[in-house]
Design a protein around this ligand. Structure first.
Ligand code: CA
Length: 233
């Protein structure tokens, strides 16, 4: 089977070379772009599986590139940003990016991110094939249609909000969801009071879902950004 095709958009030559060397060494097929316009053109011409997108571009805002690609494709987008501010990551994730890497990053981290997002892609396609309304991850089973969730065969007694939260996270397994995205989907708005409620509901959901709530297995916290449900082997 062909290794995924990766489009690396990075205007900084040394970093682009590092990414290309890493992809080559690991037998990924790849294309490169050095500005936003070229990235959009390459993405539409070659339909890569994953785009590695630097947010600081010479010709346009990286967020605009994400919005453009998202308007016509579900391809995976991993944002690479030198900017440490959470706000940039949050904006990129809300615009449709799947994950993010902060510069400087290690080669191992880059490869891990590519693998994680690819798993999300294969999950999405297997879900489409079965077209079922049941989600399974490790010992967790969510039956969307009947509104019931079980862990290791035991029913989880969830409140309606907790169940909604679990559905949102599981339907986006592998993807980092921002606080704003979650509160908008659960409550329809994103107010500060909802942010506080989200923390409370997340804590009660974890108490029921995670065997050891202090070291969660299913739901990762991204401090200052949001939450992600991870694939459990
Ligand atoms: Ca740059």
């Amino acid at each position: 089977m062909n290794k995924p095709l990766i489009l690396a958009m990075e205007d900084d030559a040394p970093i682009r070379n590092l990414i290309v060397t890493t992809l080559k060494t690991n037998d990924y097929r790849y294309r490169t772009a050095t500005n936003g316009g070229q990235a959009i053109l390459e993405a539409s011409t070659h339909s890569p599986d994953t785009v590695l997108l630097d947010l600081g571009l010479p010709d346009m805002d990286g967020i605009e590139v994400i919005r453009n690609i998202r308007s016509w494709s579900n391809m995976l987008i991993i944002v690479i940003s030198a900017r440490n501010e959470d706000q940039d990551k949050i904006e990129a994730l809300d615009a449709g990016a799947d994950d993010y890497l902060t510069k400087p990053f290690s080669v191992e981290e880059l490869l891990a991110r590519i693998r994680t997002t690819q798993r999300r892609l294969s999950f999405m396609s297997s879900e489409m094939l079965t077209a079922g309304s049941v989600f399974e991850n490790g010992k967790l089973r969510v039956d969307y249609a009947s509104g019931c969730a079980t862990l290791d065969g035991q029913e989880l007694h969830l409140t309606p909000i907790e169940f909604k939260l679990l559905c949102l996270l599981s339907k986006n397994v592998g993807k980092v969801l921002t606080h704003t995205f979650i509160t908008q989907n659960i409550w329809g708005q994103s107010w500060d009071s909802n942010m506080a409620s989200l923390r409370v509901f997340m804590a009660t959901l974890r108490k029921k879902l995670e065997p050891t709530p202090d070291s969660p297995q299913y739901i990762q916290t991204h401090i200052g950004v949001g939450y992600r449900m991870v694939r459990v082997e």
